[in-house]
Design a protein around this ligand. Structure first.
Ligand code: MBD
Ligand code: FE
Length: 281
């Protein structure tokens, strides 16, 4: 069996980010005053931390070496999405009345295969994991059903994401489900495993040195969209996961907890609807 390495999944996440986004274009009109304030205040916080803890030259050199390693391992997307993105997400969505969102994380791939409103995620014939059938609907904050789209991606029962870990079919456990005017969907998949971020790279080195753990609770990633409504990026979680209370990525919210019911045949069924906010005028 091929094993995933930090260097490989980090490099894949870094390449993907480079090809899919034009991050500098989107901020080219940012006023100098804002850049000045953000950069200066972050540096002020670094300086204050150094003075408070009397950081030594040995520690400073270890920091330099570590930052270089984060880049070499391609782990900037992982580092930022695990330890920073959750606050960006809070700020970006705190005006919403509809569904709570959560972070995108490093493993989204756009343009996953379209399956229709009532279908299964692409998966291997012998895909491991308990079958999961999810019934839901996309509705507006006004309670109106919406013709929209649920993009779903998640790890397999071993905790690996297709296109980032070796040996998985390209679109395994990644798909898009477009709903009709009733907004309804029925998605069949398997229950994902809890996910441990790669421990063999720079992020793992920090986790070990600080005595943290590397776990995220099992989760489903979604992007839910409908014309005239704000894009919802979220993750959904399973009750009872030991890491719901100490997610390394701080991305669990009570509103994102599922309620799967085990059936006599061992499979699970659940309902979860998405409520989208109208685009602000
Ligand atoms: C993941 O699967 C994830 O969702 C996040 C946020 C970070 C690392 C791996
Ligand atoms: Fe994830």
């Amino acid at each position: 069996m091929v094993t995933a390495t930090a260097a490989a999944s980090g490099a894949a996440a870094t390449d993907r980010f480079r090809t899919d986004k034009s991050p500098f274009d989107a901020v080219k009109d940012t006023p100098k005053q804002r850049v000045d304030a953000l950069a200066r205040e972050v540096l002020d916080a670094v300086h204050a931390t150094i003075r408070k803890h009397r950081v030594t030259y040995d520690e400073y050199n270890a920091l330099k070496a570590w930052l270089i390693q984060v880049g070499q391992d391609g782990e900037w997307p992982l580092f930022l999405d695990v330890w920073v993105e959750h606050v960006i997400e809070d700020v970006a969505t705190d005006h919403r009345h509809g569904n709570k969102g959560s972070i995108e994380g490093p493993y989204y791939v756009p343009n996953a295969p379209e399956r229709g409103a009532h279908a299964a995620l692409p998966m291997r014939a012998d895909e491991k994991g308990a079958p999961l059938v999810w019934e839901g609907a996309i509705v507006s904050t006004a309670g109106k059903p919406l013709a929209g789209k649920v993009e779903l991606w998640h790890a397999d029962a071993d905790g690996y994401y297709s296109q980032y870990a070796p040996g998985l079919p390209e679109w395994n456990l990644r798909g898009s489900f477009s709903t009709g005017p009733d907004g309804k969907f029925t998605i069949t998949t398997i229950r994902p495993a809890a996910y441990q971020i790669p421990t063999d790279g720079a992020c793992g080195k920090l986790i070990a040195a600080a005595g943290w753990h590397a776990w995220r609770p099992a989760h489903l990633h979604v992007k839910v969209s409908a014309p005239g409504h704000e894009l919802l990026t979220a993750q959904l979680y399973f009750p009872g996961d030991p890491h719901n209370g100490d997610d390394i990525a701080s991305a669990v919210k009570p509103e994102l907890m599922l309620d799967p019911k085990q059936q006599p045949d061992g499979s699970y069924r659940m309902m979860y609807n998405f409520v989208l906010d109208p685009v602000r005028s």
